[in-house]
Design a protein around this ligand. Structure first.
Ligand code: PLP
Length: 386
């Protein structure tokens, strides 16, 4: 008799019927504004390579040179023999870039969030999360076994009431730039609440680094906040940095504590050193080439202006993330498919990634786009959304 454990067909069919089935498209070639998919070239409006660094020649050259020097595999975890001078140099540069005492590299942002939150909290503590936080922050909270609370999106009154009820340690956790909406957390208010309630504060600025702040320092630079205001700050390297991995910055003691206690740091293989060297190159570009941020801002303004004229439903965002709310999951999928027909790749984002009834097209802009790409996308949107 067939083993029923392995019978997934009912669940797969049900996902299809709800318009929630997910599938992958195969890309041939590097990331960039034009992507090769199914033997044709489409304009990319869905990647997180906000500054166009993923295939930058300096970054690729740094990677190649480092592969010659360090090989490919890092051989072990950082605490065994996998922590190279490339990793160490990058950590020092990230600490300097963010104006924090020290930085710690993680292999992915997902792992960083699991590791940090579960290292900081235990059973009787409370984790308070914005309702729209990234899945990795929510999962980190669940893994920590702390009391798990989600406050209404951006609602400081709701958060303050919940904080007032905490008796043991409490940690406030929020995206900096919200990944599916593109809006900003009110980090100054979160910092003030954390201080007045003696709570911890962790900001995950995966989508702010490189995009916000004059030197790309992200949401804390945008608001002018120091390590004293935001003692624990996390960034990912797979978005505006254009490479791979993640980092946490904060006090020396925080970093030492995480080296001892963050299980997703201790029990995993270090990133390849060549990825660290490539990231050092991308950090120089991200900081120094302010024209990339200026270009991105100009494109965002152009897109929003055009989309408003088409009466599309935008969100309150001035970042690279510019969602268009569609509502129904199937309609989001169909619209995304119709755009692909027209040569534009815009992803449909559906529950559970976003709340039910708020399926959307998540348009992302990049400094590597040109104004005519944006204009052409707007024309295609007019055609398919009528
Ligand atoms: C992408 C993302 C992550 C995960 O980072 P990876 O390096 O891709 O694992 C974590 N947090 C936020 C807010 C993100 O957008």
């Amino acid at each position: 008799m067939a083993n029923g454990f392995y019978d997934f067909s009912g669940q797969l069919e049900s996902l299809k019927q709800q318009g929630l089935y997910r599938s992958r498209r195969i890309v041939d070639g590097p990331q960039g504004i034009l992507l090769q998919v199914d033997d044709r070239s489409v304009v990319n409006f869905c990647s997180n390579d906000y500054l166009g660094l993923a295939n930058h020649p300096d970054v690729v050259t740094a990677f190649r040179k480092a592969a010659d020097r360090y090989g490919v595999g890092s051989g072990s975890a950082h605490l065994i023999c996998g922590h190279s001078s490339a990793h160490h140099g990058l950590e020092e540069e990230l600490a300097a870039f963010t104006g924090r005492e020290r930085a710690l590299l993680f292999s992915t942002g997902y792992m960083a969030n699991l590791g940090v939150i579960s290292a900081l909290l235990g059973r009787n503590d409370t984790v308070l999360e914005d309702r729209l936080n990234h899945a990795s922050l929510l999962d980190g909270g669940l893994l920590s076994r702390a009391r798990f609370q989600r406050y209404r999106h951006g609602d400081n009154v709701d958060l303050a009431q919940r904080l007032a009820e905490c008796t043991e340690k409490a940690l406030i956790v929020s995206d900096g730039v919200f990944s599916m909406d593109g809006d900003l957390a009110d980090v100054p208010a979160l910092a003030a609440l954390a201080k007045s309630h003696q709570a911890g504060l962790l900001i995950d600025d995966a989508h702010g680094f490189g995009v916000l702040g004059n030197s790309g320092g992200g949401i804390v630079e945008h608001y002018g906040l120091s390590q004293n205001d935001v003692p624990m700050l996390l960034g990912t390297l797979g978005k505006a940095f254009g490479t791979f991995g993640a980092f946490v910055v904060g006090s020396s003691d925080l970093i030492e504590y995480l080296i001892q206690k963050a299980r997703s740091y201790v029990f995993t293989t270090a990133l390849p050193a060549a990825v660290a060297e490539a990231t050092r190159a991308s950090l120089r570009l991200l900081q120094g080439e302010t024209w990339r941020r200026e270009m991105l801002q100009a494109l965002v303004a152009r897109f929003r202006h055009g989309a408003e004229q088409l009466e599309l439903q935008l969100m309150d965002s001035f970042t690279a993330i510019q969602p268009i709310i569609v509502g129904d999951s199937q309609r989001a999928l169909d619209t995304s498919a119709a755009l692909l027909e027209q040569g534009f790749w815009v992803s449909a984002i559906r529950p559970p990634t976003v709340p039910a009834g708020t399926a959307r097209l998540r348009v992302t802009l990049s400094a590597a786009h040109e104004p005519h790409h944006v204009d052409a996308l707007l024309e295609a949107l007019l055609k398919v959304m009528k």
